[in-house]
Design a protein around this ligand. Structure first.
Ligand SMILES: [Zn+2]
Length: 370
């Protein structure tokens, strides 16, 4: 501590408390102003997309665990509600993203496909099968995943979960699996599908290096900072990682080849494997019946995981873009909707792509900003 203080005095000429939030300096104000001037005019289109298909939600998306503690709660983010002006301490682009990310609840992506957003860092997607729901990416922890499933059942029927798909090996896409699958489901042979290498990558990042990752992620996301314009604002993909029970159930089926076709609960799915992109084990997939494409986190509207201080392997954007825009058995030319796995502003029209026609729409396991 004494050494840190000496460093502080030497660098700044006076003692300052590094633990206290400060107002923006003149350099920061100038940088924010330059960025704001460089942004395209706000036309409201992204907000419209973020709200498209909205059905229902929970008040403030507050979800409690068995002891009554909040595993998730958006109440502290009221300071960034729609209409609030960007404070001088916040990057204007981040502020815009934060306001978009404040839209939460159950949304219809297209007929037969629904998504719950804003209940965690990532999105959870439900596809209606013949007998039940196929769940894609059951969030980071069980409580938010269970709350999302309950919301889906409230509006689309009290049906069982017939299968689960993990798009990739990051914990916010599988950690809540025990919130959607019961022990009886598992014993009954529930199908869980993941890209080849999923389990080894998930364990190496989140178990073997788990403590280190957790500590680094705490700094990266600013999870312990108070929510506010001089504290935690947003994490790009979503607000933050949820705080419930994290779980992992091993996949029962692995996808290793692009073009693989599976039928889950009567729904045909065509897979495109994308290893070494946003995650070491990741895949996109297409639903011919719905003309809908899930882009995992290979397609998000921010610079996700280009350099992550939390510790997972960094994304390789060139490879991700190359694979995601490649025409293949999994990417027919006329998808009607495309959904990433994070604040997937599912349903956002895709307007620029070499191998896709305009008018296709998009849904992701994460967030927006075209
Ligand atoms: Zn990811």
């Amino acid at each position: 501590m004494a050494e840190e203080r000496r460093f502080d005095v030497a660098c700044c000429g006076e003692m300052s408390d590094l633990t206290q939030p400060k107002d923006a300096t003149r350099a920061t104000l100038e940088a924010q102003a330059r960025l704001a001037a460089s942004l395209p005019p706000e036309d409201g289109a992204d907000l419209e997309r973020a709200r498209k298909g909205f059905i229902d939600t929970l008040p403030h998306a507050r979800i409690e665990n068995a002891k009554g503690w909040p595993a998730w709660d958006l109440t502290p983010f009221a300071f960034q509600a729609d209409g609030e002006v960007c404070p001088p301490t916040v990057n204007p682009s981040l502020w815009r993203q934060a306001q978009l990310n404040l839209n939460h609840g159950l949304f219809q992506v297209t007929e037969g496909i629904y998504q719950v957003r804003g209940f965690d860092l990532s999105n959870i997607t439900f596809v209606e099968g013949d007998e039940g729901f196929i769940v894609i990416d059951p969030l980071t922890s069980a409580e938010p995943a269970a709350a999302a499933l309950a919301l889906m059942r409230k509006h689309r029927g009290d049906k069982p979960v017939s299968a689960v798909i993990y798009t990739h090996s990051h914990v916010d896409h599988y950690g809540g699996v025990k919130g959607v699958l019961t022990d009886a489901d598992i014993a009954g042979g529930a199908r869980i599908v993941a890209p080849e290498g999923f389990l080894a990558e998930a364990v190496s990042e989140n178990v073997l290096a788990g403590n280190v990752m957790n500590r680094r992620a705490t700094y990266m996301y600013g999870a312990l900072l108070p929510r506010g314009p001089r504290g935690h604002v947003d994490s790009g993909l979503g607000k933050a990682v949820s705080g419930g029970q994290v779980s992992l159930i091993a996949p029962t089926e692995s996808i290793s080849k692009t073009g693989t076709r599976l039928t889950l609960d009567g729904v045909e799915i065509v897979f495109q494997v994308t290893p070494g992109t946003e995650a070491p084990a990741e895949m996109n997939f297409f639903f011919p019946r719905h003309k809908a494409l899930c882009m995992a986190e290979n397609c998000t509207c921010q610079l996700h995981n280009l350099y992550t201080r939390a510790g997972p392997r960094c994304a390789t954007p060139r490879r991700g873009v190359s694979i995601s825009t490649r025409r293949s058995t999994c990417s027919p030319r006329t998808p009607r909707c495309c959904s990433p796995a994070t604040t997937g502003r599912a349903g956002a029209p895709r307007t620029r792509s070499r191998s896709w026609r305009p008018r296709a729409t998009s849904t992701s396991s994460s967030t927006t900003r075209p």
